[in-house]
Ligand binder design. Structure first.
Ligand SMILES: C[S@@+](CC[C@H](N)C(=O)[O-])C[C@H]1O[C@@H](n2cnc3c(N)ncnc32)[C@H](O)[C@@H]1O
Length: 115
């Protein structure tokens, strides 16, 4: 599969500001978010910044490649006040959203499915 044109100029999404979205969901540190349409990796980047676990999937290897590029950063912990956050590297893989059978029941706290 080739990378669609729309990913050609995909922006880097490592800015701290993108963390705001997940903060508003009520997801707690260490909780697990699943994004099976991860695209360029916004959810994965947010999860890493906020000390949340993330299972990041996409059917397109080009998209998961961009996600992995966007995850090449160290979280600037000082941006999140006094809260000591553990670092969880998102689990990025190529996969079809139609087949999530490998994910254990009750292991996901939030599903993010922005297509
Ligand atoms: C609009 S993008 C998602 C953008 C993402 N929320 C972000 O912030 O970058 C939709 C993604 O869904 C993926 N996709 C489409 N059908 C899929 C399927 N059946 N299983 C997994 N991923 C799929 C596409 O490859 C594409 O990367």
């Amino acid at each position: 599969m080739t990378t669609p044109d729309r990913y050609k100029d995909a922006p880097k999404v490592t800015q701290v500001e993108v963390a705001e979205g997940l903060k508003e969901t009520g997801l707690k540190p260490g909780d697990v978010v699943l994004d099976y349409f991860v695209g360029g990796g916004t959810t994965a980047v947010e999860a890493k910044l906020l000390g949340r676990r993330c299972i990041a999937r996409d059917i397109n290897p080009g998209a998961t490649g961009i996600t992995l590029e966007n995850l090449k950063f160290s979280p600037p912990g000082e941006h999140f006040g006094n809260v000591a956050l553990s670092l969880y590297e998102p689990e990025v893989s190529v996969g079809n959203a139609k087949d999530l059978a490998d994910i254990a029941n009750s292991s996901i706290d939030l599903i993010c499915a922005l297509y």
